[in-house]
Design a protein around this ligand. Structure first.
Ligand code: GLU
Ligand code: ZN
Length: 277
């Protein structure tokens, strides 16, 4: 019998806002799962979100993680990998799995659709014909029906739910290449997890649905298949998930105020921290 693969996890924050308690918890889960198995814990800065990405925030993240008592290996940030995204997206396009879409968010919002987890679900109205064109570079969407025909039934393994059949249809024809970038979150994260040798993808359960898309992309791009651990979310006093846009207090504020980061990390591990369940 061969030895099981060493566990490699990662924390992959986007430097478009400060880290809050929810991120701290996510980083600790990934760190501890790796450490418990004698594995590796990686930090990857997901900084392709154009002007919203700020280099000084990545430095702040490193100081926050250090303050929490975590140790990590840092792998190249997403902004260094744009050529790889471009090359792999071209492969999907060559296989006839992508189509251009120039619709604006507003135009898509006007279409009759169900609201999905990600804000809205896109029904594929632009397959073969865009609802609107403004002469700008298009985004490229995955033709999900064709993709599913090509991969057949694929399953993925979730630490809590066990075997899950990949069904990416909740997102409709998801964007693979953004109008302003050579990748979307889904393509970039999937390729990076493979390049970084991640064997256990840990992230909040709010990203559970995204995993269906990633699993199908792995199959289409012939990438190694990790396992997933979707952890519970840290909630605020109103039972809502913490979010940068709702102004959840930055970890950096507590750090600068002289709070004890190691103690906070312990509280998060025991889930007895203030303002969370
Ligand atoms: N950059 C993503 C975020 O901050 C990471 C999501 C993931 O772990 O796949 O939400
Ligand atoms: Zn369109």
């Amino acid at each position: 019998m061969s030895d099981p693969l060493p566990i490699v996890t990662r924390f992959a924050p986007s430097p478009n806002g400060s880290l809050h308690l929810g991120h701290a918890y996510s980083a600790i889960v990934a760190h501890d799962l790796a450490r418990a198995a004698g594995g590796r814990f990686l930090l990857r800065i997901e900084d392709i979100d154009g002007p919203r990405s700020r280099a000084e925030l990545a430095d702040e993240f490193r100081r926050d993680l250090e303050w929490l008592g975590l140790e990590w290996e840092e792998v190249p940030a997403q902004s260094t990998r744009l050529a790889i995204y471009e090359r792999e997206a071209a492969r999907l396009a060559d296989d006839g799995l992508l189509y251009p879409c120039t619709c604006t968010r507003a135009q898509i919002r006007d279409l009759p659709l169900r609201t999905g987890e990600d804000g809205f679900e896109y029904p594929g109205s632009c397959r073969g014909r865009c609802a609107g064109s403004d002469g700008e570079a298009p985004a490229f969407r995955l033709d999900v029906d064709r993709a599913m025909e090509s991969v057949g039934e694929v399953v993925w393994r979730d630490a809590k739910k066990g075997s899950v059949i990949a069904d990416p249809r909740a997102f409709g024809d998801v964007v693979i290449v953004r109008r302003d970038l050579p990748a979307s979150y889904h393509l970039a994260a999937t390729l990076d997890d493979a390049a970084d040798g991640i064997t256990l993808v840990t992230r909040g359960r709010d990203l559970f649905e995204s995993t269906h898309v990633h699993r199908v992309l792995q199959e289409l791009l012939r990438l190694p298949v990790p396992e997933w651990h979707h952890h519970d979310l840290v909630l605020d006093d109103n039972g809502e998930k913490l979010a940068k846009r709702r102004g959840s207090p930055p970890l950096a504020d507590r750090r600068r105020a002289g709070d004890d980061g190691l103690m906070l990390a312990e509280q998060l591990r025991l889930r007895t921290f203030e303002g969370g369940t």
